[in-house]
Ligand binder design. Structure first.
Ligand SMILES: C[S@@+](CC[C@H](N)C(=O)[O-])C[C@H]1O[C@@H](n2cnc3c(N)ncnc32)[C@H](O)[C@@H]1O
Length: 259
């Protein structure tokens, strides 16, 4: 695939799959509820629902791969200090503007103390990290005994490649080229890695609600055709992320760090 700046600045550059510079090119999309990262908004809400209110004053939640801080509004009122770690500076600037204390670092080498966190989240991160077991090790290292790990990611299956990449990246819910399916995360390996690091992770499959997604896509298509609301305004309720029987595509994990 071609790489590097385009000779015409209006033409988007084409970067290799999973190249983090894509997040710079898409920086204006993060907080558009109907933009290229729309599905991350739906997933952030579902992830936050797995995080209980803090059980002590000053509790710390470390959000690995926090992006532009889409989790922040869904944590409001739960009582956490929200620290976000990410490699993309342009995203961190937006996270900071939404109240997140930001750390520009790789999730595989986080400059925070052992056992500092009451909660660690890793939302749609692991499938972007070539050495994801190292990121899992860091997540578990940061957790205090009794602390909670919450994550969601894409499974390493043929169905996941088909739905999340071949089909998903042709829909307006997922930017094209953002994934490298070779990095997708087998759920059994993830559970084993967490267990080795002292976290008993339970996983469950999730998916966007069908009816809500179809309605959302229809609204998006109307807007794109200029007949509906402008794309930059919320056009209606977002689809819900629902549990499903299979972990074969998208799944959430939740686990407590042993003492
Ligand atoms: C799909 S986005 C998810 C962002 C956020 N968790 C959310 O759900 O809105 C993936 C994020 O992971 C970040 N990222 C990718 N590799 C990383 C790494 N090795 N360490 C830290 N952040 C990373 C990217 O910069 C991007 O912000």
């Amino acid at each position: 695939m071609r790489e590097g700046p385009s000779p015409v600045s209006a033409v988007p550059r084409v970067l290799p799959p999973n190249d983090p510079r894509q997040y710079d090119d898409l920086a204006a999309e993060w907080w558009r509820p109907d933009g290229a990262f729309a599905m991350l908004h739906w997933l952030a809400r579902a992830r936050a629902a797995l995080v209980p209110p803090a059980d002590r004053p000053g509790a710390l939640l470390v959000d690995l791969g926090c992006g532009a801080g889409l989790l922040a509004p869904h944590l409001a009122g739960k009582g956490y200090r929200h620290v976000g770690v990410d490699v993309t500076r342009s995203a961190l600037a937006q996270a900071a503007a939404h109240g997140v204390t930001v750390v520009n670092a790789d999730a595989t080498a986080v400059p925070l103390a052992d056992r500092c966190a009451d909660v660690v989240t890793a939302g749609e991160l692991l499938e972007h990290v070539p050495d994801w077991p190292r990121a899992v090790a860091e997540a578990c290292r940061l957790l205090r005994p009794g602390g909670l790990l919450v994550l969601d990611t894409l499974n390493d299956t043929v169905l996941s490649r088909l739905l999340a990449v071949e089909i998903g990246e042709r829909l307006p819910t997922v930017p094209r080229g953002i994934h490298d399916p070779r990095l997708f995360v087998d759920h059994r390996q993830l559970v084993a890695e967490c267990a080795r690091r002292g976290v008993d992770l339970r996983v469950r499959g999730v998916r966007p609600g069908l009816r809500g997604t179809v309605r959302w896509l229809a609204r998006r298509m109307r807007a794109a055709a200029g007949r509906g609301r402008p794309q930059s305004t919320p056009a209606g309720p977002a689809p819900e992320i629902k549990p499903t029987w299979s972990t074969a595509v998208l799944y959430q994990g939740r686990g407590i760090r042993r003492g």
